[in-house]
Design a protein around this ligand. Structure first.
Ligand code: FAD
Ligand code: NAP
Ligand code: SF4
Length: 670
């Protein structure tokens, strides 16, 4: 057994879990409409078949006021249990176990009926909540217990009571949001009563043989959050009230410290769970940025937790557990913590999926069925689009050859993985390296392919990617002007002052690359914590301290022509992290720039009508890209079957999510 701690059964007294993996709660967008429940059932059943020990659904409100948004998932009436039975039956038929997460949104509710302990608006919500009356507090407690009872009747093996992340229960616990002076607020004991009563009544209503997970906010990362002593007292009280498992919650949604993004070190917060463990008897679950079996095993082996929670990693690979158990960890499709297809989707009301696995939440729609007509297929370009297409086409039974001009697979992911904070991207390359072998794809590296090389194939997939866009203002051919490829492929080491033209995703990444030297903070957890002002000792409420500012390696100007704040178009859940990280490194981000020219004095620009010269050593061009598809026309002219995917198809707004999605979907129908 390669991971003995991970695959040790866990006896909960009335049931035994087969391993130590808890699939953490994650909203998929399939929880809200009854019509989506068959899809939700297929999604969970696949993960149950994949060997996951215990799963938790996305958050479901115990009453209407607790909705995350209008008409979000709710369980308060008996008739609402029927759709849930589709999910629980599918999971049980697949040999799994599942708990329903009960989440009252509190002041994070995106509807006008939001309630909270006190009338205090969250900095990330436009809605001021109404303070609950003492009688209404009693009713909410009852609603939780009632919903848990209904969950039991719907066939769930238990519930998770969401006490963290700044939702209603958490709001009762922290002085930041609870300024009541009745039996539900005032001192720590009274602030905690709401949480403890919910657990106590849930146990009372659901009986002894029902899993109650309590998600405890162990490190709040907001000012005036709970103190460590209060959190320990809460854990003990919740245990005494009848919880079965204690899960870890890190950070409120309004916290300005990243907690799950790819730049967060792996298992960055496991030590917080370990610090709590000696205070309780019940099994305790570590969470956040645990994505590969080695890390999960190390967390458990160190004795700081009894289970590990992983949500996105199981979106990325439903067979994560079986692969790890069977010694096939090298073919786990690892979550790279990009948030691009999961959280970023959910935040804008779209169904979640996964950048590296477009089948996630599309299990009933996107299937890779064995072909009845195997064909010879050439895939040109081994970037994300080409690798995805080649492996799936081969998995379906086609004879696939994959060509790349470079001597390594991966295309632009080879550049992405060099950016400090994007080290995870290397995992996708490792995955495909092994999958290509597993599926017998004939791999031809170092082969720049021309139309004449493709005569022997029935179908040709062009996944040849992009070329950087050239700029044409005066001085664009000056020796100080270099491209992002020159920098990231380390052909040129830029001087101490650098202007970056173009503040898209690549401009931001190049800036990140240029302000760091030495080991990336993502690979050095204590340094990362210091930079973000995280204090595990929790000397102040919420565990925040003054961030340590490291001087930048270079002075950087990051420029764009469009007016407004550079980086405004970066992704919803991670853009703020990139902006904050560069601001901390004193990067000057300027919008509304007119480029006048480059000469020996530097880069001449005009901003708000006034001209200035940036006396820089280098100007790095990150001005977007153009499709690279010169093979398409000659092949089409020769009457060949040609398909374009990824950047070769459309370069504008290209990202790996679209590249892999197009690759998989084309392969599914070839
Ligand atoms: P590419 O990755 O460009 O691959 C094309 C491949 O085709 C190359 O390997 C090339 O050598 C090969 N090729 C071309 N012509 C031929 C030929 N004639 N014969 C043989 N081989 C040929 N995306 C995200 O979603 N999230 C991110 O965080 C992210 N970060 C990035 C950071 C950086 C620094 C960079 C550069 C890109 C980043 N991207 C990110 C973008 C992402 O990498 C691209 O969208 C994705 O790689 C496009 O995939 P593709 O397969 O279409 O093309
Ligand atoms: P991009 O996002 O399209 O940004 C291009 C930048 O160049 C913009 O700031 C644009 O702003 C500027 N520009 C465009 N044409 C120009 C010209 N002719 N002269 C000067 N400036 C010009 O492209 P990218 O940064 O190269 O990224 C490529 C793709 O990779 C993106 O679509 C992105 O999704 C993906 N990517 C994603 C991430 C991520 O973290 N998710 C990271 C890296 C890359 P102005 O026009 O305002 O000047
Ligand atoms: Fe992980 Fe990105 Fe997939 Fe989300 S989209 S599950 S973060 S790889």
């Amino acid at each position: 057994m390669p991971y003995p701690h991970l695959f040790a059964p866990l006896d909960l007294g009335f049931c035994t879990l087969p391993n130590r993996v808890l699939m953490g709660s994650m909203h998929t967008g399939l929880e809200d409409r009854a019509a989506d429940f068959p899809k939700l059932a297929a999604y969970f059943a696949e993960r149950a078949r994949g060997g996951t020990g215990l799963m938790v659904t996305g958050g479901v409100a115990p009453n209407m006021l607790g909705w995350l948004k209008p008409f979000a998932g709710k369980l308060s009436w008996r008739w609402e249990i029927h759709k849930h039975r589709i999910v629980t039956k599918a999971v049980h038929d697949a040999g799994g176990r599942i708990c329903l997460q009960l989440l009252h949104a509190g002041r994070y509710a995106a509807h006008p009926f939001a309630v909270a302990p006190s009338k205090i608006k969250s900095p990330i919500s436009p809605i001021t909540p109404r303070a609950l009356s003492a009688r209404a507090v009693e009713r909410v407690i009852d609603d939780f217990a009632h919903a848990a009872r209904l969950a039991r009747e719907a066939g769930y093996d238990g519930v998770e009571i969401m006490g963290s992340e700044g939702y209603l229960i958490n709001e009762f616990l922290a002085p930041r949001t609870n300024q009541r002076n009745d039996r539900w607020g005032g001192d720590a004991q009274r602030r905690m009563r709401f949480a403890v009563e919910i657990v106590r009544r849930t146990r009372e209503r659901c009986g002894p043989d029902f899993i109650i997970i309590y998600r405890l906010s162990m490190l709040e990362l907001v000012e005036d959050g709970s103190s460590w002593d209060e959190t320990v007292a809460q854990a003990k009280a919740v245990e005494a009230a009848g919880a079965t498992l204690l899960n870890t919650g890190i950070g409120w949604h309004e916290a300005r410290v990243p907690t799950i993004a790819t730049s967060v070190p792996r298992a960055a917060f496991a030590d917080v769970t370990a610090r709590m463990k000696p205070h309780v008897q019940l099994p305790i679950v570590a969470s956040n940025r645990i994505n590969v079996p080695e890390v999960a095993e190390a967390v458990l082996a160190a004795g700081g937790a009894d289970m590990v929670s992983m949500a996105r990693p199981l979106l990325a690979d439903p067979d994560w557990c079986n692969k790890a158990r069977d010694g096939r960890a090298q073919v786990i499709n690892t979550c790279i913590a990009c948030n691009q297809a999961c959280l970023d989707h959910v935040f804008v009301g779209k169904k979640a999926s996964c950048l590296v696995n477009p089948r996630a939440c599309a299990e009933t729609e996107l299937n890779y069925v064995a072909t009845k007509m195997p064909r010879r297929i050439a895939v040109v370009g081994a970037g994300p689009a080409g690798m995805a297409c080649a492996t799936i086409a081969a998995q379906r039974g086609h004879r696939v050859s994959l060509f790349d001009a470079h001597d390594a697979i991966g295309g632009q992911f080879n550049l992405a993985k060099t950016i400090p904070g994007k080290e995870e991207f290397a995992e996708t390359l490792r995955y495909y390296q092994h999958r290509l072998v597993e599926e017998n794809v004939a791999l031809h590296l170092g082969r720049k392919v021309g139309a004449d090389d493709l005569a022997d194939f029935d179908a040709i997939v062009l996944a040849t990617g992009v070329t950087p866009r050239a700029v044409d203002f005066p001085g664009h051919d000056h020796t100080r002007v270099i491209g992002y490829l020159d920098v990231l492929e380390r052909r040129v080491v830029p001087g101490p002052r650098v202007a970056i033209i173009g503040a898209g995703g690549i401009g931001f990444d190049v800036a990140e690359f240029l302000v760091h030297e030495g080991v990336s903070p993502t690979l050095d957890a204590p340094r990362w914590r210091a930079q973000w002002g995280v204090d595990f000792a929790q000397r102040h409420r919420g565990g925040l301290t003054a961030p340590v500012v490291e001087p930048p390696t270079r002075q950087i100007w990051l420029l764009q022509r469009s007016p407004g704040r550079p980086g405004a178009k970066l992704a919803r859940t991670t853009g703020w992290i990139h902006r904050a990280a560069l601001k901390a490194r004193d990067v000057k981000a300027i919008g509304g720039v007119e480029y006048l020219g480059i000469d020996d004095a530097g880069l001449h620009i005009r901003v708000d009508g006034s001209e200035q010269v940036l006396a820089v050593d280098h100007v790095v061009i990150c001005a977007g890209q153009e499709p690279q598809r010169e093979l398409a026309q000659p092949l089409r002219d020769a009457g060949r079957e040609v398909h374009l995917i990824g950047g070769a198809d459309v370069a504008a707004e290209l990202d790996a999510k679209r590249a892999i999605d197009q690759g998989c979907r084309l392969a599914a129908r070839l």
